[in-house]
Design a protein around this ligand. Structure first.
Ligand SMILES: [Fe+2]
Ligand SMILES: [Fe+2]
Length: 195
């Protein structure tokens, strides 16, 4: 029996998950800005029309993610972290500018690694969202993880076309795209039953 004023273990877990989700979304929100600025410099530095279009589309995806994550933060009653926001603007712009002088391969490898991390970031956010009772965000967070998976594939494929890139030991390849959603399927079933 729960005594008045006593907080249940379930409630503690929920609050912990919500805090973790909020912190991760603040990180992602600023990370998307840094990535978008960096990709802006990246596509502008490319002389290949298809490559420019591909990276430009990825920049747009990142701005879209930032809007979605911003809405989630707002619903959690959280603001973006001002320090992270300032840092993201500087890092993104510097990386974008460096693309004009660093050659072709380094920005492609850097972007691929970054995208690989982003997949995991949105998978973790999806897990926390479920744990804190925000199951309605599951689909949006998993879709963002899937789009990051597509971005990772784009940059990995580009690196693998390069004579030196082919010889490099690249970052670990993520599991199959389908595994992102498959890991959450039992939760979807539960959610549908409850909803
Ligand atoms: Fe993104
Ligand atoms: Fe991305």
């Amino acid at each position: 029996m729960q005594v008045q004023g006593e907080v249940s273990a379930h409630e503690i877990d929920r609050v912990t998950a919500e805090r973790s989700l909020g912190a991760l979304l603040q990180l992602a929100y600023s990370g998307e800005k840094a990535a978008a600025y960096a990709y802006r410099g990246h596509w502008r530095s490319s002389s290949d029309a298809a490559e420019r279009a591909g990276i430009r589309a990825i920049e747009e995806d990142e701005w879209h993610h930032r809007r979605l994550v911003g809405e989630m933060l707002d619903e959690l009653g959280l603001a973006p972290d001002p320090k992270r926001e300032r840092r993201a603007a500087v890092i993104g712009r510097v990386l974008g500018a460096l693309c004009h002088v660093s050659g072709w391969l380094a920005p492609m490898v850097g972007a691929g690694k970054l995208e690989s991390r982003n997949i995991h970031e949105y998978e973790s956010a999806a897990r926390y969202a479920v744990d804190c009772g925000r199951g309605e965000w599951l689909d949006a967070l998993l879709t963002m993880a899937e789009v990051e998976w597509d971005h990772e594939r784009f940059f990995r494929s580009a690196v693998e076309t390069h004579w030196l890139g082919k010889r490099l030991c690249l970052w670990p390849a993520p599991p199959a795209r389908e595994s992102i959603r498959a890991a959450f399927e039992p939760l979807d079933v539960v959610g549908a039953a409850l909803g």
